[in-house]
Design a protein around this ligand. Sequence first.
Ligand code: TXA
Ligand code: MG
Length: 320
Amino acid sequence: MEPLTTERLTPADVERAAELLRSGGTVALPTETVYGLGADAASDEAVAKIFSAKGRPPGHPLIVHVSSTVAVEDWAELSDPRAGLLAETFWPGPLTLILPRTDRVSDLVVGGRENVGIRVPAHPVALALLAAFAEIGSGGVAAPSANRFGHVSPTTAAHVLADLDGRIDAVIDGGSARVGVESTILEIIGTDVALLRPGGISVAQIEAVLGEAVVDARRTDSRAAGMLESHYAPRAIVQLVESVDRSELKAGVGVIGPVEVEHPNVWFLADDAEAYARGLYAALRAADQAGMARVLIVRPSRGELLDAVLDRLAKASAQR
Ligand code: TXA
Ligand code: MG
């Protein structure tokens, strides 16, 4: 692709960012989960730029982001009462619902499917951008995580630039992502509520609100790119370990997790899944930057987001 000049924007520049979206450009934006790479969800031409910037194979569907539950109804059918209840409880927030789509959604966003993934993000800068874009354009922003395909998701603007500088029109710096892992994805089509990806809202929280069990569809459904093995992966070889053996701590070997050992390349993360989630992707990227050939990771043992963290660790350590 032709190199672009990537504008560095601040939260004061949301009007400029909305204008770039209106004219069919790509803008990386902060959300509470990870940074997204956004484009007008109503435009095939704009959405195509997301795929080429990321090197994402076509057919992998994208999540549409809007500023409010009312705006969701332009893009998806919220008629199932369970969808309405989850929307009311968790939006704005780190929950994506897969719902029947409307005609407004670009075909490229859904890769030919009849259903669309949609969410209202809980980040003031994302919400301000979505509201500004609704004034002058479609108001829907298709946005996958703003990383090169298969790489670790970005939780800061610097991470976005490390992957996509010169490949996108702009990035808005909104600080570090508060949650640090992607949204939970639920499909509500037909009778079951199915979990496609664990994320920023736990299944326990969802079941408490619905009063019914969520069906785990992770293994049987390969539609979500995030479900491919070997995703969210750094360059370094990742090994999950129960504890760190001192004899392994050589040069070029990094350690991530709730471990306190004397070693120059330890990225400490607390034994609490929320705090761990917040720091994990930055630690994986830092280990690559420090030139680690191998990274030993010790899992967290508790916390509301344990399922989401263990899922990402399994993927980062999968054979490739
Ligand atoms: O937290 C998040 O969800 C972040 C922020 C930017 O919102 N976005 C994100 O997008 O993680 P992405 O594209 O990296 O992952 C979205 C996942 C993909 O695995 C995709 O296959 C799945 O959602 N997905 C999207 N639309 C779908 C659909 N219509 N049917 C099934 N899966 C869908
Ligand atoms: Mg992604």
